[in-house]
Each structure stands twice: as C-alpha cells, then as structure tokens.
Design a binder for this molecule. Structure first.
Ligand code: ADE
Ligand code: ZN
Length: 349
C-alpha cells in the first residue's frame, strides 16, 4: 500500500473531493431531487400532495428508516416512462462525475414501479441507456444492481426475477433493501441461491438498523459478496474478525446514518473504528437527494466530524475500487489515478 504522508486539514478536504472514487451504494430513486419530482409529476400529469419544491423538501425530516421509506416510495411514484428513468439516472451520473466518481454501481427497486403497472423493461432500458450515454459523454463507468424489496414476499421477488430474466445482460447483480427489522435475509435464501446460479453478483443491506445476526445470515445464508451499511457489526467481535479476515466490503453511508438516527450525531459515527479494525469499509451516499449530500459531502462531513486522516482517505478510495465488481484492468487504472492524485497533493502542500 502507498505510504501516505500527512496533509493539512484544509488540503485534506480538497483531496477528499479531488480523489477518484467508486460509489457502490446509491439507490437511483433516492437521487430524485425535489425539483425533478415536481417536474416529472407535471410532465406525467400526476397529482402531488405537496404544493411546492420547498414544502416537499420540508417533509424530509426522518426518525428512522421506515419514516424515510414512506416518503421515498411516494417520490418514486412520479416515474412512468423510459425517459423518466433515463433523466433520473443521467442527472445522478452527471452529479457523480462532478464528485470525481470514476465508477458507480447503481441500485434500483423494480417492484416499486411494476406494482404501479410500469413494465420492468421500461425501468431497466431507461437506466441502462443513461449508463451508456454517461460513459461516452462524461467518461464515468456505471452498472446496475436490481434490489428486491424485503418487506414483500419471496414469491414477489421470484416473480421479479422472472420478469428481469430477458434483461439480465443489463445488470451486474442483485441486492436486498427496504424495511430491515422483521425481514431477515433468510426470507430470500432461495431467491439468492437462484441468482447465484445465474452468475449474478450478490449484495444485501444488513446491520443498518438490524442486529449483527442479519449480517451473519447475509454472509452465510445468502452468500453475499458485500454488506450494505453493516455498521451494527461493531457489536459482535467475532463478526468483526470475520469481516476483516475475509475482506468483506461494507458500503457505509454516513449522512444516511445520521439522518435516519442510526447515530445521534456524525461525530459518533463508527467509520473510523471499522477502518482501524482492518475492515474494507467504503463511503457512499445511499439516497443523496433525501439525506443532504452526494458522495463528496459524505466524505468531507464525516472526516470533519471524526478527525480522520489522509491515510484513511486513501484507504477508503482504494477500498471502493477493490470492492467494486469492475474488471481487474479497470481497477488498476483507477488505483493508479488515485496514487497520482495523492502524490500531486502532497507535493504542493
Ligand atoms: N432503500 C433506499 N434507501 C434505503 C436504505 N437506506 N435502507 C434500506 N432500503 C433503502
Ligand atoms: Zn441503501
């Protein structure tokens, strides 16, 4: 690993913004800004229970995951046509490129849309076209991860997988999201086993609000390659050891954890503890339109609150490439660019 010299606090904030990084935990429906929700509602002639962009933004005060999900699913209901999905993903990718995201692995929730009569092909085609255009026009690489909603049944997840079957060439893997408590990973053991047979990569939200036991079963029953969130792992020493030993990546989302009251304050966030224990933690935005910031804002705010160093910054960016499902050749290119960025900053400090 590259030996990272110390840099001043001011330069560190600049470095966090400038360094190339991968974003591995972004729900595309959570990137829908209030302005775009209102514009799409008007374009699709749909009523909205909020009079203005401002009143919509004011509703974004959450006490836990469920209080957020209720508003998030309502926001996603303005998406009807392929162009709507395209516009949403294109806006996110343009914003991510500004934050020096070299590669994004984007979650989407098809059941939220198919339940309203939108065909899964409409969803995936719009998102995939945005990814392709962003690669050629913005130079950002991106792939799609289909998430099953864990508050719905196993049968509904199987039905969704069936609908997605002809489109599997356009996605890189599957995930598990939505209300965690009361919906343990085991509920989806057979669906994930089938996805594994199909050669898809596997990830799951676990240990966001739920107990360490959910992280164990995501690993051992679902056989996932990454854990989304996973911050509750610190309450189980044996689990911490397992995660460190197997280099299981955690896609951590600091501002999300703060806004959903997982931690009382950002200064109590355990990201530094996870990194210092040797875990492959990464920083991500989760639902940036709802939680007050895109990926760079997550980096700069959590670093300012917890006094992390340039060494932590390098490790987090390096981890994000290591943890991605990109090719080894792409990973080497991004890691080289990361090292160059750090060398440039240290020289001029
Ligand atoms: N869907 C969108 N954001 C989520 C989160 N933070 N946890 C679970 N499901 C989600
Ligand atoms: Zn999430």
């Amino acid at each position: 690993m590259f030996k990272v010299p110390p840099v001043s606090a001011r330069r560190l904030q600049e470095l966090l913004r400038a360094m190339p990084k991968a974003e591995l935990h972004i729900h595309i429906e959570g990137s829908l800004e209030p302005e775009l929700i209102v514009a799409l509602a008007q374009r699709n002639d749909l009523p909205l229970p909020y009079a203005s962009v401002e009143s919509l933004r004011q509703a974004y005060a959450f006490t836990n995951l469920q209080s957020f999900l209720d508003i998030y699913y309502a926001g996603a209901s303005v998406l009807l046509h392929e162009q709507d999905f395209y516009d949403m993903a294109r806006a996110y990718l343009a914003r991510a490129a500004m934050d020096n995201v070299a590669h994004a692995e984007i979650f989407f929730d098809p059941q939220t849309h198919t339940a309203r009569g939108v065909a899964i092909e409409t969803v995936i085609s719009g998102l995939h076209r945005a990814c392709e255009d962003a690669r050629s026009e913005l130079g950002i690489s991106s792939t799609l991860i289909l998430c099953f909603l864990r508050h719905l049944s196993e049968a509904s997840a199987f039905e969704t997988l069936e609908q997605a079957q002809p489109l599997l060439g356009k996605i890189v893997g599957v995930g598990l999201d939505s209300s965690e408590l009361g919906h343990p990973p085991e509920k989806f053991a057979r669906v994930f086993a089938r996805c594994r047979e199909l050669g898809l990569h596997l990830v799951a939200h676990a240990g966001e609000e739920g107990p360490p036991a959910y992280i164990w079963s995501a690993l051992d029953v679902l056989k996932v390659e990454r854990i989304d969130h996973g911050v509750q792992a610190v309450h189980d020493a044996a689990l911490m050891q397992r995660l460190a030993q197997d280099r299981i990546p955690l896609t951590v989302c600091p501002l999300s954890n703060q806004k959903l009251c997982v931690f009382p304050d950002l200064k109590n966030h355990n990201l530094r503890q996870l990194l210092d224990a040797g875990l492959c933690a990464t920083v991500n935005s989760d639902d940036p339109a709802y939680f007050g910031g895109y990926i760079n804002e997550n980096f700069t705010q959590v670093f300012a609150a917890t006094n992390m160093t340039a060494r932590h910054a390098y490790q987090l960016a390096f981890n994000s490439f290591e943890a991605s499902f990109a090719s080894n050749a792409d990973k080497r290119v991004w890691e080289h660019r990361l090292k160059e960025t750090f060398e440039r900053f240290v020289e001029h400090d």
